[in-house]
Design a protein around this ligand. Structure first.
Ligand code: SF4
Ligand code: SF4
Ligand code: FES
Length: 215
């Protein structure tokens, strides 16, 4: 298997470059993360990348795989694959990107329940479409694949992007929340979204982001 990996160490490299490897893989069904582990442990490549749970739960291993965001621990390895850091984020080193400004922007959205002016006194319907969607959106693993795949975010940083719109919607759909989440979404660039649906296509949790969140 041949693999091409984006390399960039700001302390050593003037600009990013690509390193090609030939990997002799005998294990069937190997995932991209397994190949990265192999490159470091067997070939001493010293590639920087993130991973933790190795089972699609923690969201830390999202990278660009053949120009498409995906979880390295879930995506099957393929011959001639190109591995790059997630788009729309500053690169720290190799495949590791910085989430700092996204996290700061998330904090600005006040991601906790607000009482608003009135206390919630009603009962939450046990089974309703609203609640089902709310429950789904709560289960986001914050891998940022959707953000890495958003073409609007690529050219316009004023748009908060799909991950943050998901966060706003999660509270908007929660009947206990009293904040004006719609106004917040508009302020964060809701109308910049073209509803192209790319965020939905790449979401490993299968959220219909452009349909259930943005629209
Ligand atoms: S639907 Fe909107 S948020 Fe999703 S990728 Fe397209 S422009 Fe970005
Ligand atoms: S909405 Fe999907 S793609 Fe976006 S951060 Fe959450 S799990 Fe990842
Ligand atoms: S290592 Fe946790 S989602 Fe891939």
């Amino acid at each position: 298997m041949r693999v091409k990996v984006f390399r960039y160490d700001p302390l050593r490299d003037k600009k990013p470059w690509y390193q090609e490897f030939k990997v002799d893989i005998k294990e069937r069904g190997m995932k991209v993360l397994g190949v990265l582990d192999y490159l470091n442990t067997e070939l001493g490549a010293g590639i920087a990348y993130r991973s933790s749970c190795r089972s699609g739960q923690c969201g830390s291993c999202a990278i660009m795989i053949n120009n498409r965001p995906g979880l390295a621990c879930r995506t099957p390895a393929r011959d001639r694959m190109v591995l790059e850091p997630l788009k729309n984020f500053p690169v720290i080193r190799d495949l590791v990107v910085s989430h700092k400004s996204t996290r700061e922007r998330m904090a600005r959205l006040r991601p906790f329940l607000h009482r608003g002016t009135q206390r919630f006194t009603g009962e939450i319907e046990p089974i309703s479409l609203r609640k089902t969607k709310f429950k789904e959106l709560k289960d986001c693993i914050e891998c940022y694949s959707c953000l890495g795949g958003c073409p609007v975010k690529e050219s316009d940083d004023n748009y908060a992007g799909p991950t943050l719109m998901r966060l706003i919607a999660r509270f908007e759909l929660d009947p206990r929340d009293g904040a004006d989440r719609l106004a917040m979404a508009v302020e964060e660039g809701l109308y910049k979204c073209t509803t192209c649906g790319k965020c939905t296509v790449v979401c490993p949790e299968g959220f219909r982001i452009h349909e259930d969140v943005i629209e």
